[in-house]
Design a protein around this ligand. Structure first.
Ligand code: GDP
Ligand code: MG
Length: 325
């Protein structure tokens, strides 16, 4: 299939073409990278935008269950839903956070859903680029909502929040001191904190936990991209499918407000600039990984070690070598 044909089929919403394109995006082969660039270029003209929702939470909190219930609800409203994952840990564990597809049995059978497990991965930079490109492909394939799931490993929350329009933090009901377990930086990223498992015996605890987080959110610095009342904490039950419609209503209200007030576009522009900077950084770091660069680093390192060169002079020489290489 030519790139033009692939682009054409993606624009028609063909999920198999989409899956194929994501495989292309995941490849590091130079010819595949070139094809990817061509493909993304061909698709960008369509100018389609989905609502990108980042979702984070520790293992066991109910992300998969939530995505399935929430995704089914959106599909019930006639929306098309794509699910992607950012999982920098999967290289180590050999697994994938969306590997447990059994919990998304219903969603994976839906013709208007698309679920893509994260590839077992190396470094976060590569994961980030591929996920961004996969999001662009899903948008071109006319998905209305793209859910991006991540477990809180390393910087993965930052990565996901920097490619999302809305960022959700899923938490479990817990005793009071649990609140401190959530890092402040992650709280500051959240647009909506959802206390899941607000059902059965856990319901009362969930309500208390929610009040605790609502209080904690009020103490955070007010962000310009938020209307009154946001970020917000709510209770949901992914299993009993409670509170999902309210959560969706809040997400839409927030997204609408941000669109109306210029924050939506400004945020996407800011994210694009951020990723540009990240790409340049990664490319520069990759230059250090060539055999020539390594041996030059070793050579200069030895001279620094023996006191022949100062660290800053050696660094300058190294940078000149890289720039000319
Ligand atoms: N009671 C209750 N259990 C839930 C709920 N959502 C998920 N669970 C359970 O929590 C466990 C972990 O769920 P899972 O979706 O795999 O969590 P993930 O690791 O964050 O993807 C499973 O046994 C689920 O059945 C919920 O709303 N209520
Ligand atoms: Mg899961």
């Amino acid at each position: 299939m030519t790139t033009a044909e692939l682009a054409d089929r993606i624009l028609k919403g063909d999920r198999r073409a989409l899956a194929r394109a994501i495989t292309l995006v995941e490849s590091t082969r130079a010819d595949h990278r070139a094809q990817t660039a061509q493909l993304l270029d061909a698709l960008s003209g369509a100018g389609r935008q989905a609502l990108r929702i980042g979702l984070s939470g520790t293992p066991g909190v109910g992300k998969s269950t939530f995505i399935e219930s929430f995704g089914m609800m959106l599909i019930g409203q006639g929306l098309r839903v794509a699910v992607l994952a950012v999982d920098p840990s999967s290289a180590r564990s050999g697994g994938s956070i969306l590997g447990d597809k059994t919990r998304m049995e219903r969603l994976s059978r839906e013709p208007y859903a698309f679920i893509r497990p994260s590839p077992s991965q190396s470094h976060l930079g590569g994961v980030a680029r591929r996920t961004r490109e996969a999001i662009a492909l899903c948008e071109a394939a006319e998905f209305d909502v793209v859910l991006i799931e991540t477990v809180g490993v390393g910087q993965s929350e930052t990565v996901v929040s920097e490619m999302s329009d809305l960022f959700l933090l899923l938490l479990a009901p817990a005793g009071g001191d649990e609140l401190q377990g959530v890092k402040r930086g992650i709280m500051e990223m959240a647009d909506l904190i959802l206390i899941n498992k607000a059902d059965g015996d856990l319901k009362a605890t969930a309500t208390r936990t929610c009040a605790d987080y609502a209080g904690a959110l009020r103490l955070l610095r007010k962000r310009p991209q938020d209307p009154e009342g946001f970020p917000k904490a709510m209770t949901v039950s992914a299993v009993e499918e409670h509170g999902l419609d309210q959560a969706w209503a809040e997400m839409q209200a927030l997204a609408d407000w941000r669109k109306k007030n210029g924050h939506w576009e400004a945020n996407r522009a800011e994210q694009a600039r951020y990723w540009f900077g990240q790409e340049v950084r990664h490319a520069l770091l990759a230059k250090l990984e060539t055999p020539q660069a390594r041996s030059e680093m070793d050579r200069l390192g030895a001279e620094v070690g023996s006191g022949q060169l100062s660290p800053s002079v050696a660094a300058e020489r190294m940078l000149r070598t890289l720039a000319s290489g």
